[in-house]
Design a protein around this ligand. Structure first.
Ligand code: NI
Ligand code: MG
Length: 480
Protein backbone atom coordinates (compact mmCIF):
# COMPACT_ATOMS: atom_id res chain seq x y z
CA UNK A 1 0.00 0.00 0.00
CA UNK A 2 1.17 3.56 -0.68
CA UNK A 3 2.06 5.77 2.24
CA UNK A 4 2.10 9.51 3.01
CA UNK A 5 4.98 11.21 4.84
CA UNK A 6 4.11 14.58 6.39
CA UNK A 7 6.57 17.20 7.61
CA UNK A 8 4.50 19.66 9.65
CA UNK A 9 5.46 22.25 10.47
CA UNK A 10 8.57 22.78 8.35
CA UNK A 11 10.94 24.51 10.79
CA UNK A 12 13.45 27.37 10.59
CA UNK A 13 11.51 29.46 8.13
CA UNK A 14 9.17 32.42 8.57
CA UNK A 15 5.56 31.28 8.79
CA UNK A 16 3.97 27.85 8.58
CA UNK A 17 4.19 25.24 5.87
CA UNK A 18 3.46 21.56 5.57
CA UNK A 19 5.23 19.14 3.24
CA UNK A 20 3.34 16.10 2.02
CA UNK A 21 5.25 13.30 0.31
CA UNK A 22 3.22 10.50 -1.24
CA UNK A 23 4.93 7.16 -1.76
CA UNK A 24 3.76 4.53 -4.26
CA UNK A 25 3.42 0.82 -3.49
CA UNK A 26 7.16 0.28 -4.05
CA UNK A 27 8.01 3.05 -1.55
CA UNK A 28 9.21 5.55 -4.15
CA UNK A 29 7.96 9.11 -4.39
CA UNK A 30 4.78 9.45 -6.45
CA UNK A 31 4.19 13.12 -5.61
CA UNK A 32 5.33 15.79 -3.15
CA UNK A 33 4.05 19.25 -2.36
CA UNK A 34 4.66 22.16 -0.05
CA UNK A 35 1.35 23.53 1.29
CA UNK A 36 0.97 26.96 2.80
CA UNK A 37 -1.62 26.74 5.53
CA UNK A 38 -2.03 30.37 6.58
CA UNK A 39 -3.90 33.29 5.05
CA UNK A 40 -3.34 37.04 5.40
CA UNK A 41 -5.73 38.64 2.91
CA UNK A 42 -4.42 42.25 2.84
CA UNK A 43 -5.39 42.73 -0.82
CA UNK A 44 -9.03 42.75 0.17
CA UNK A 45 -9.10 44.89 3.28
CA UNK A 46 -6.84 47.65 1.92
CA UNK A 47 -9.73 48.55 -0.40
CA UNK A 48 -11.53 51.71 0.75
CA UNK A 49 -8.52 53.03 2.72
CA UNK A 50 -6.78 56.34 1.88
CA UNK A 51 -3.73 55.39 -0.25
CA UNK A 52 -1.29 57.33 1.95
CA UNK A 53 -2.13 54.96 4.83
CA UNK A 54 -0.87 51.92 2.94
CA UNK A 55 2.87 52.38 3.63
CA UNK A 56 1.93 52.10 7.33
CA UNK A 57 -0.77 49.42 7.03
CA UNK A 58 1.17 47.03 4.79
CA UNK A 59 4.15 46.88 7.19
CA UNK A 60 1.84 44.83 9.42
CA UNK A 61 1.84 42.04 6.83
CA UNK A 62 5.05 40.83 8.39
CA UNK A 63 7.34 41.63 11.33
CA UNK A 64 10.30 40.22 9.42
CA UNK A 65 9.92 42.11 6.12
CA UNK A 66 8.19 45.39 7.14
CA UNK A 67 10.80 47.57 5.38
CA UNK A 68 10.23 45.94 2.01
CA UNK A 69 6.47 46.47 2.18
CA UNK A 70 6.96 49.98 3.56
CA UNK A 71 9.21 50.99 0.64
CA UNK A 72 7.34 49.25 -2.18
CA UNK A 73 4.16 50.84 -0.87
CA UNK A 74 5.69 54.34 -0.62
CA UNK A 75 6.99 53.94 -4.20
CA UNK A 76 3.52 52.94 -5.42
CA UNK A 77 2.12 56.02 -3.64
CA UNK A 78 4.71 58.27 -5.37
CA UNK A 79 3.34 57.09 -8.72
CA UNK A 80 -0.30 57.42 -7.64
CA UNK A 81 0.36 61.03 -6.56
CA UNK A 82 2.58 61.69 -9.60
CA UNK A 83 5.61 62.87 -7.62
CA UNK A 84 9.32 62.03 -7.41
CA UNK A 85 11.07 62.17 -4.01
CA UNK A 86 14.05 64.57 -3.76
CA UNK A 87 17.53 62.94 -3.83
CA UNK A 88 17.97 62.86 -0.04
CA UNK A 89 14.51 61.30 0.39
CA UNK A 90 15.36 58.59 -2.09
CA UNK A 91 18.78 57.99 -0.53
CA UNK A 92 17.34 57.66 2.99
CA UNK A 93 14.90 55.06 1.69
CA UNK A 94 17.75 53.20 -0.03
CA UNK A 95 19.82 53.39 3.15
CA UNK A 96 17.04 51.80 5.20
CA UNK A 97 16.54 49.15 2.53
CA UNK A 98 20.24 48.26 2.60
CA UNK A 99 20.37 48.09 6.42
CA UNK A 100 17.22 45.94 6.51
CA UNK A 101 18.80 43.61 3.92
CA UNK A 102 21.87 43.17 6.14
CA UNK A 103 19.69 42.28 9.12
CA UNK A 104 17.55 39.86 7.12
CA UNK A 105 20.42 38.05 5.43
CA UNK A 106 22.24 37.65 8.75
CA UNK A 107 19.03 36.32 10.30
CA UNK A 108 18.54 33.79 7.54
CA UNK A 109 22.10 32.62 7.17
CA UNK A 110 22.98 32.19 10.84
CA UNK A 111 19.63 31.47 12.48
CA UNK A 112 17.67 29.57 9.82
CA UNK A 113 19.88 27.93 7.15
CA UNK A 114 23.26 27.99 8.92
CA UNK A 115 22.65 25.23 11.47
CA UNK A 116 22.31 22.69 8.62
CA UNK A 117 25.82 23.59 7.48
CA UNK A 118 27.49 24.26 10.85
CA UNK A 119 26.01 21.28 12.74
CA UNK A 120 25.42 19.19 9.59
CA UNK A 121 22.16 18.00 8.03
CA UNK A 122 22.20 14.77 10.06
CA UNK A 123 22.79 16.38 13.45
CA UNK A 124 20.02 15.86 15.99
CA UNK A 125 17.39 18.57 15.70
CA UNK A 126 17.83 19.42 19.39
CA UNK A 127 21.24 20.97 18.53
CA UNK A 128 20.65 21.82 14.85
CA UNK A 129 19.68 25.42 15.61
CA UNK A 130 21.20 28.79 16.45
CA UNK A 131 21.69 27.80 20.12
CA UNK A 132 23.77 24.87 18.86
CA UNK A 133 25.90 27.27 16.80
CA UNK A 134 26.38 29.58 19.80
CA UNK A 135 27.34 26.66 22.05
CA UNK A 136 29.91 25.18 19.68
CA UNK A 137 31.20 28.54 18.38
CA UNK A 138 30.65 31.13 21.13
CA UNK A 139 32.78 33.75 19.35
CA UNK A 140 30.68 33.51 16.18
CA UNK A 141 27.51 33.54 18.27
CA UNK A 142 28.55 36.83 19.88
CA UNK A 143 29.39 38.40 16.52
CA UNK A 144 26.04 37.36 15.04
CA UNK A 145 24.04 38.79 17.93
CA UNK A 146 26.09 42.01 17.85
CA UNK A 147 25.59 42.47 14.10
CA UNK A 148 21.82 41.95 14.40
CA UNK A 149 21.79 44.59 17.12
CA UNK A 150 23.80 46.93 14.88
CA UNK A 151 21.23 46.59 12.09
CA UNK A 152 18.30 47.31 14.41
CA UNK A 153 20.12 50.25 15.98
CA UNK A 154 21.05 51.81 12.63
CA UNK A 155 17.42 51.63 11.51
CA UNK A 156 16.31 53.07 14.81
CA UNK A 157 18.60 56.10 14.42
CA UNK A 158 17.74 56.70 10.76
CA UNK A 159 13.99 56.22 10.99
CA UNK A 160 13.01 56.15 14.67
CA UNK A 161 11.71 52.58 14.43
CA UNK A 162 13.35 49.40 13.18
CA UNK A 163 10.15 47.31 12.92
CA UNK A 164 6.86 48.57 11.42
CA UNK A 165 8.46 51.84 10.23
CA UNK A 166 6.52 55.02 9.38
CA UNK A 167 9.12 57.36 7.82
CA UNK A 168 8.86 56.51 4.10
CA UNK A 169 5.93 58.70 3.05
CA UNK A 170 4.37 59.48 -0.35
CA UNK A 171 6.81 61.99 -1.88
CA UNK A 172 9.88 61.03 0.14
CA UNK A 173 11.05 60.48 3.71
CA UNK A 174 9.63 62.27 6.75
CA UNK A 175 12.74 62.39 8.96
CA UNK A 176 15.93 64.05 7.73
CA UNK A 177 19.20 62.55 9.06
CA UNK A 178 21.28 64.99 11.10
CA UNK A 179 25.08 65.30 10.81
CA UNK A 180 25.32 64.20 14.44
CA UNK A 181 23.29 61.04 13.80
CA UNK A 182 25.35 60.26 10.72
CA UNK A 183 28.60 60.64 12.68
CA UNK A 184 27.25 58.37 15.40
CA UNK A 185 26.29 55.50 13.09
CA UNK A 186 29.03 55.57 10.46
CA UNK A 187 31.50 53.61 12.66
CA UNK A 188 28.73 51.08 13.36
CA UNK A 189 28.12 50.67 9.63
CA UNK A 190 31.84 50.05 9.18
CA UNK A 191 31.66 47.39 11.88
CA UNK A 192 28.75 45.76 10.04
CA UNK A 193 30.86 45.71 6.86
CA UNK A 194 33.67 43.95 8.75
CA UNK A 195 31.13 41.35 9.89
CA UNK A 196 29.87 40.87 6.30
CA UNK A 197 33.46 40.26 5.11
CA UNK A 198 33.95 37.79 7.96
CA UNK A 199 30.66 35.97 7.18
CA UNK A 200 31.47 35.24 3.55
CA UNK A 201 35.06 34.17 4.15
CA UNK A 202 33.99 31.98 7.09
CA UNK A 203 31.36 30.28 4.91
CA UNK A 204 33.70 29.87 1.93
CA UNK A 205 36.54 28.47 4.03
CA UNK A 206 34.79 26.41 6.69
CA UNK A 207 31.26 25.55 5.55
CA UNK A 208 30.57 25.37 1.82
CA UNK A 209 33.55 23.15 0.83
CA UNK A 210 32.11 20.37 3.04
CA UNK A 211 28.77 20.46 1.24
CA UNK A 212 29.61 20.73 -2.45
CA UNK A 213 28.04 17.32 -3.10
CA UNK A 214 24.84 18.37 -1.35
CA UNK A 215 24.81 21.59 -3.38
CA UNK A 216 25.03 19.59 -6.60
CA UNK A 217 22.12 17.31 -5.67
CA UNK A 218 19.59 18.72 -3.15
CA UNK A 219 16.62 20.51 -4.70
CA UNK A 220 18.34 21.19 -8.04
CA UNK A 221 15.89 22.23 -10.77
CA UNK A 222 16.22 24.18 -14.02
CA UNK A 223 14.30 27.47 -14.21
CA UNK A 224 14.41 31.06 -15.36
CA UNK A 225 15.14 34.01 -13.03
CA UNK A 226 13.70 37.45 -12.25
CA UNK A 227 15.53 40.39 -10.69
CA UNK A 228 16.06 44.15 -10.84
CA UNK A 229 18.95 45.88 -12.58
CA UNK A 230 20.08 49.44 -13.30
CA UNK A 231 20.21 50.80 -16.87
CA UNK A 232 23.83 49.58 -16.95
CA UNK A 233 22.88 46.06 -15.81
CA UNK A 234 24.12 46.49 -12.22
CA UNK A 235 22.41 44.81 -9.27
CA UNK A 236 19.89 47.16 -7.65
CA UNK A 237 17.58 46.35 -4.76
CA UNK A 238 15.62 49.60 -4.51
CA UNK A 239 14.78 50.56 -8.08
CA UNK A 240 15.37 49.72 -11.73
CA UNK A 241 14.10 47.56 -14.58
CA UNK A 242 12.88 43.99 -14.32
CA UNK A 243 15.13 41.50 -16.07
CA UNK A 244 13.49 38.15 -16.79
CA UNK A 245 16.07 35.52 -17.73
CA UNK A 246 15.38 32.20 -19.42
CA UNK A 247 17.21 29.02 -18.31
CA UNK A 248 19.58 29.45 -21.30
CA UNK A 249 20.71 32.86 -19.98
CA UNK A 250 18.93 34.98 -22.63
CA UNK A 251 16.70 37.68 -21.14
CA UNK A 252 14.19 40.42 -21.77
CA UNK A 253 13.62 43.56 -19.70
CA UNK A 254 10.46 45.43 -18.79
CA UNK A 255 9.19 48.26 -16.61
CA UNK A 256 7.44 46.97 -13.49
CA UNK A 257 4.29 48.93 -14.33
CA UNK A 258 3.87 46.50 -17.24
CA UNK A 259 4.30 43.38 -15.09
CA UNK A 260 0.89 41.95 -16.01
CA UNK A 261 2.07 41.65 -19.65
CA UNK A 262 4.80 39.27 -18.50
CA UNK A 263 3.60 37.62 -15.30
CA UNK A 264 0.37 35.68 -14.74
CA UNK A 265 -0.76 33.84 -11.62
CA UNK A 266 -1.77 30.18 -11.59
CA UNK A 267 -3.97 28.78 -8.81
CA UNK A 268 -4.01 25.30 -7.25
CA UNK A 269 -6.86 24.20 -4.97
CA UNK A 270 -4.59 22.79 -2.24
CA UNK A 271 -2.77 25.97 -1.14
CA UNK A 272 -3.54 29.62 -0.35
CA UNK A 273 -0.37 30.67 -2.16
CA UNK A 274 -0.63 31.51 -5.86
CA UNK A 275 1.88 30.49 -8.52
CA UNK A 276 3.16 33.42 -10.63
CA UNK A 277 4.71 32.36 -13.94
CA UNK A 278 6.20 33.90 -17.09
CA UNK A 279 3.14 33.83 -19.32
CA UNK A 280 4.97 34.33 -22.62
CA UNK A 281 6.82 31.05 -22.05
CA UNK A 282 3.61 28.96 -22.27
CA UNK A 283 1.09 27.37 -19.91
CA UNK A 284 2.28 26.92 -16.33
CA UNK A 285 3.73 23.50 -15.56
CA UNK A 286 5.80 22.27 -12.59
CA UNK A 287 6.78 19.04 -14.39
CA UNK A 288 10.35 18.39 -13.21
CA UNK A 289 11.56 17.27 -16.64
CA UNK A 290 9.71 19.89 -18.62
CA UNK A 291 8.73 22.90 -16.49
CA UNK A 292 6.96 25.78 -18.28
CA UNK A 293 6.87 29.41 -17.20
CA UNK A 294 8.86 28.76 -14.03
CA UNK A 295 11.25 31.46 -12.88
CA UNK A 296 12.81 32.14 -9.49
CA UNK A 297 13.42 35.30 -7.46
CA UNK A 298 15.47 36.13 -4.32
CA UNK A 299 19.26 36.09 -3.94
CA UNK A 300 20.34 33.49 -6.50
CA UNK A 301 18.04 35.05 -9.12
CA UNK A 302 19.44 38.55 -8.61
CA UNK A 303 23.02 37.31 -8.66
CA UNK A 304 22.25 35.48 -11.92
CA UNK A 305 20.48 38.29 -13.77
CA UNK A 306 22.85 41.18 -12.98
CA UNK A 307 25.93 41.86 -15.13
CA UNK A 308 27.88 43.38 -12.23
CA UNK A 309 27.64 44.74 -8.71
CA UNK A 310 28.47 48.39 -8.18
CA UNK A 311 30.47 47.94 -4.96
CA UNK A 312 34.03 46.59 -5.26
CA UNK A 313 34.14 43.71 -2.74
CA UNK A 314 30.78 42.23 -3.70
CA UNK A 315 31.67 42.54 -7.38
CA UNK A 316 34.82 40.47 -6.76
CA UNK A 317 32.72 37.83 -5.02
CA UNK A 318 30.29 37.80 -7.96
CA UNK A 319 33.16 37.13 -10.39
CA UNK A 320 34.44 34.25 -8.24
CA UNK A 321 30.91 32.80 -7.85
CA UNK A 322 30.40 32.88 -11.63
CA UNK A 323 33.75 31.24 -12.27
CA UNK A 324 32.73 28.36 -9.98
CA UNK A 325 29.08 27.88 -10.91
CA UNK A 326 28.44 29.56 -14.28
CA UNK A 327 25.57 31.85 -15.25
CA UNK A 328 22.77 31.25 -14.61
CA UNK A 329 23.67 28.99 -11.65
CA UNK A 330 20.80 26.57 -11.01
CA UNK A 331 21.78 24.73 -7.82
CA UNK A 332 19.20 25.64 -5.20
CA UNK A 333 21.50 25.53 -2.15
CA UNK A 334 23.60 28.28 -3.81
CA UNK A 335 20.89 30.70 -2.67
CA UNK A 336 22.79 30.65 0.62
CA UNK A 337 26.10 31.63 -1.02
CA UNK A 338 24.41 34.33 -3.10
CA UNK A 339 22.83 35.64 0.12
CA UNK A 340 26.27 36.30 1.60
CA UNK A 341 27.37 38.14 -1.56
CA UNK A 342 24.31 40.36 -1.18
CA UNK A 343 25.04 40.85 2.53
CA UNK A 344 28.46 42.18 1.56
CA UNK A 345 26.99 44.43 -1.16
CA UNK A 346 24.45 45.94 1.24
CA UNK A 347 27.02 46.50 3.98
CA UNK A 348 29.26 48.30 1.46
CA UNK A 349 26.28 50.33 0.25
CA UNK A 350 25.33 51.45 3.78
CA UNK A 351 28.85 52.86 4.32
CA UNK A 352 28.79 54.46 0.86
CA UNK A 353 25.42 56.16 1.45
CA UNK A 354 26.38 57.41 4.91
CA UNK A 355 29.49 59.01 3.38
CA UNK A 356 27.36 60.79 0.76
CA UNK A 357 27.13 64.50 1.74
CA UNK A 358 23.60 64.69 0.31
CA UNK A 359 22.27 62.15 2.84
CA UNK A 360 22.00 64.87 5.54
CA UNK A 361 20.11 67.35 3.33
CA UNK A 362 16.92 68.71 4.92
CA UNK A 363 15.06 68.42 1.58
CA UNK A 364 13.65 64.93 2.01
CA UNK A 365 10.07 65.13 0.73
CA UNK A 366 7.70 66.92 -1.62
CA UNK A 367 3.99 67.63 -0.99
CA UNK A 368 1.30 65.42 -2.58
CA UNK A 369 -2.35 65.80 -3.61
CA UNK A 370 -4.92 63.01 -4.06
CA UNK A 371 -6.09 62.04 -7.56
CA UNK A 372 -7.51 59.06 -9.42
CA UNK A 373 -4.57 57.00 -10.69
CA UNK A 374 -2.84 53.63 -10.74
CA UNK A 375 0.59 53.17 -9.19
CA UNK A 376 2.93 50.19 -9.27
CA UNK A 377 5.75 50.23 -6.72
CA UNK A 378 8.44 47.60 -6.82
CA UNK A 379 11.52 46.84 -4.74
CA UNK A 380 13.69 43.80 -4.34
CA UNK A 381 12.84 42.39 -0.91
CA UNK A 382 15.36 40.08 0.78
CA UNK A 383 13.05 37.23 -0.29
CA UNK A 384 12.42 38.33 -3.87
CA UNK A 385 10.82 40.87 -6.17
CA UNK A 386 8.01 42.68 -4.35
CA UNK A 387 5.21 44.38 -6.29
CA UNK A 388 2.55 46.67 -4.80
CA UNK A 389 -0.10 47.72 -7.35
CA UNK A 390 -2.78 50.25 -6.28
CA UNK A 391 -5.67 52.04 -7.96
CA UNK A 392 -7.35 55.08 -6.40
CA UNK A 393 -10.43 57.20 -7.01
CA UNK A 394 -10.32 61.02 -7.23
CA UNK A 395 -10.26 61.28 -3.41
CA UNK A 396 -7.19 59.05 -3.22
CA UNK A 397 -9.14 56.09 -1.79
CA UNK A 398 -7.99 52.59 -2.79
CA UNK A 399 -10.32 50.88 -5.28
CA UNK A 400 -8.06 47.94 -6.19
CA UNK A 401 -4.93 46.40 -4.72
CA UNK A 402 -2.66 43.59 -5.87
CA UNK A 403 0.44 42.40 -4.07
CA UNK A 404 2.96 39.96 -5.47
CA UNK A 405 5.43 39.10 -2.75
CA UNK A 406 8.97 37.70 -3.16
CA UNK A 407 8.07 34.31 -1.76
CA UNK A 408 5.02 33.98 -4.02
CA UNK A 409 7.18 33.98 -7.16
CA UNK A 410 9.14 31.08 -5.69
CA UNK A 411 6.06 28.96 -4.91
CA UNK A 412 6.34 26.83 -8.06
CA UNK A 413 10.13 26.42 -7.72
CA UNK A 414 9.85 25.51 -4.00
CA UNK A 415 7.34 22.79 -4.84
CA UNK A 416 9.58 21.52 -7.62
CA UNK A 417 12.66 21.51 -5.38
CA UNK A 418 10.74 19.61 -2.68
CA UNK A 419 9.68 17.00 -5.20
CA UNK A 420 13.18 16.76 -6.68
CA UNK A 421 14.76 16.37 -3.22
CA UNK A 422 12.19 13.83 -2.03
CA UNK A 423 12.37 11.79 -5.25
CA UNK A 424 16.14 11.59 -5.25
CA UNK A 425 16.53 10.87 -1.52
CA UNK A 426 13.65 8.51 -0.66
CA UNK A 427 13.97 5.08 -2.25
CA UNK A 428 12.14 1.81 -1.50
CA UNK A 429 10.27 3.42 1.38
CA UNK A 430 13.51 4.15 3.28
CA UNK A 431 14.00 7.52 4.95
CA UNK A 432 15.13 9.01 8.26
CA UNK A 433 15.27 12.39 10.01
CA UNK A 434 18.43 13.36 8.09
CA UNK A 435 16.73 12.72 4.74
CA UNK A 436 13.60 14.65 5.71
CA UNK A 437 15.81 17.51 6.92
CA UNK A 438 17.48 17.59 3.51
CA UNK A 439 14.02 18.07 1.96
CA UNK A 440 13.51 20.97 4.38
CA UNK A 441 16.94 22.38 3.42
CA UNK A 442 15.71 22.66 -0.17
CA UNK A 443 12.84 24.86 1.08
CA UNK A 444 14.97 26.84 3.54
CA UNK A 445 17.41 27.85 0.78
CA UNK A 446 14.61 30.01 -0.68
CA UNK A 447 14.20 31.75 2.71
CA UNK A 448 10.43 31.83 2.22
CA UNK A 449 8.38 34.27 4.25
CA UNK A 450 4.98 32.66 4.25
CA UNK A 451 3.09 35.19 6.32
CA UNK A 452 4.02 37.74 3.64
CA UNK A 453 2.87 35.66 0.78
CA UNK A 454 -0.84 34.84 1.02
CA UNK A 455 -3.24 37.63 0.16
CA UNK A 456 -5.93 36.56 -2.24
CA UNK A 457 -9.40 36.59 -0.69
CA UNK A 458 -11.88 37.17 -3.51
CA UNK A 459 -13.23 33.73 -4.29
CA UNK A 460 -10.65 32.82 -6.95
CA UNK A 461 -8.96 30.55 -4.43
CA UNK A 462 -11.70 28.22 -3.21
CA UNK A 463 -11.96 27.57 0.52
CA UNK A 464 -12.72 23.89 1.08
CA UNK A 465 -13.86 22.48 4.41
CA UNK A 466 -13.61 18.75 4.99
CA UNK A 467 -15.77 17.22 7.71
CA UNK A 468 -14.21 14.09 9.14
CA UNK A 469 -15.53 11.46 11.54
CA UNK A 470 -13.66 10.21 14.60
CA UNK A 471 -11.74 7.78 12.42
CA UNK A 472 -10.47 10.64 10.26
CA UNK A 473 -12.56 9.67 7.19
CA UNK A 474 -13.98 12.54 5.12
CA UNK A 475 -17.76 12.34 5.41
CA UNK A 476 -18.68 15.66 3.79
CA UNK A 477 -17.02 18.51 1.90
CA UNK A 478 -18.20 22.12 1.83
CA UNK A 479 -16.72 24.47 -0.68
CA UNK A 480 -17.09 28.20 -1.40
NI1 NI B 1 7.72 38.62 5.43
MG1 MG C 1 -1.56 39.22 -5.45
Amino acid sequence: MGKTITIAPVTRLEGHAKVTIELDDAGNVADAMCQIVELRGFEKFCIGRPVEELPRITTSICGVCPWSHHLASAKACDVVFGVEPPPAGRKLRELCNAIAFCEEHILHFFFLAGPDFVMGPDADYSVRNVIGIAQTNPEIGKKVVRSRWLGAHLLHVVSGKSIHPVTAVPGGFSKPLTQKERDEILPMAEEMLEFAKFAISFAKESLFPKYLDAVKTIGVITTGFLGTVTDEGGLNLYDGKARLMKPDGSYEEFEYKDYTDYIAEHIEPWTYLKFPYAKKWGNFSMDLDNPVGIYRTNTLARINVCDKIDTPLANQELAEFRENFGRPAQQTLLYNWARLIELLYNAELVVQLLNDPEITSRETRVPVKPRAARGVGCTEAPRGTLIHDYETDENGMITDCNLIVGTTHNNGPINMSVKQAATSLIKDGKYDQGILNRVEMAIRAYDPCLSCATHKLDGTIPVKIEIRNAAGEVIDTLSS
